[in-house]
Design a protein around this ligand. Structure first.
Ligand code: TYD
Length: 206
């Protein structure tokens, strides 16, 4: 593998993608790959301030303001972390990225998806994940896993989160080569088995 690659982990709040992304990091490192684990929003530096605003600001937030804050974080993240790491031959494992904006601000909040796709491409300079996992879980199970201490996005309600789930499944239908859906209703071990199967296929195609 000359150039590195970029793998994203997506799904509704409570889908278990953070656990899976960390297991994947460990798995890849055991194979000798150099892996950077990162997340959106708020990987480091300025992004952490943006994350604080997005998740904990308790006043009104206009939907497009919310979208632009996620996009601003992404532009910073791509430029200062993702692009340099991929160019240096590393595997970047990223907990949420462009598909979160389409699922949450597009399908969830109802903002124009075509416009959001365009804004995503501006924020990323058209760098796209090579592989994306969507961890799909019923909204009821996911909300139970999140528990009672919810941040601003997690508090958006059951209907909102159902739309987000639907959005992810639509994204996967539209881009089946890049986006792979994993049934995340199962326990951690089974979900990881399914994740590894997809990952191994992907690695053997590099
Ligand atoms: P976080 O605590 O990182 O949640 P999780 O562990 O589920 O990833 O919070 C990120 C929240 O921000 C989550 O509710 C999804 C939301 N989000 C968007 O609405 N749009 C986006 O573009 C991104 C990256 C995240």
């Amino acid at each position: 593998m000359k150039k590195g690659c970029f793998i994203t982990f997506e799904g509704a709040d409570g889908c278990g993608k953070t656990t899976q992304s960390k297991l994947v990091q460990e798995y890849l490192e055991n194979f000798g790959y150099e892996v950077i684990w990162t997340r959106e929003p708020g990987a480091k530096g300025l992004g952490q301030n943006i994350r604080e605003l997005l998740l904990h600001y308790d006043g009104e937030v206009a939907p497009m303001c919310e979208a632009f804050l996620f996009l601003a974080d992404r532009a910073q993240h791509i430029e200062h972390l993702i692009k340099p790491a991929v160019n240096a031959g590393k595997i970047v494992v990223c907990d949420r990225h462009t598909d979160s904006t389409i699922a949450y601000q597009g399908y969830g909040r109802g903002e124009d998806i075509k416009q959001l796709k365009y804004l995503n491409s501006l924020a990323t300079g058209d760098i796209k994940p090579d592989l994306t996992f969507v961890f799909d879980v019923s909204t009821e199970v996911a909300q139970k896993r999140v528990g009672d201490e919810k941040d601003r996005m997690e508090s958006a309600g059951m209907e909102f989160h159902k739309k987000v789930r639907y959005g992810y499944l639509e994204i996967a239908k539209q881009e089946p080569d890049r986006v792979k859906v994993i049934d995340a209703n199962n326990g951690i071990d089974k979900v990881f088995e399914d994740t590894k199967r997809v990952l191994n296929n992907f690695l053997s195609s590099l």
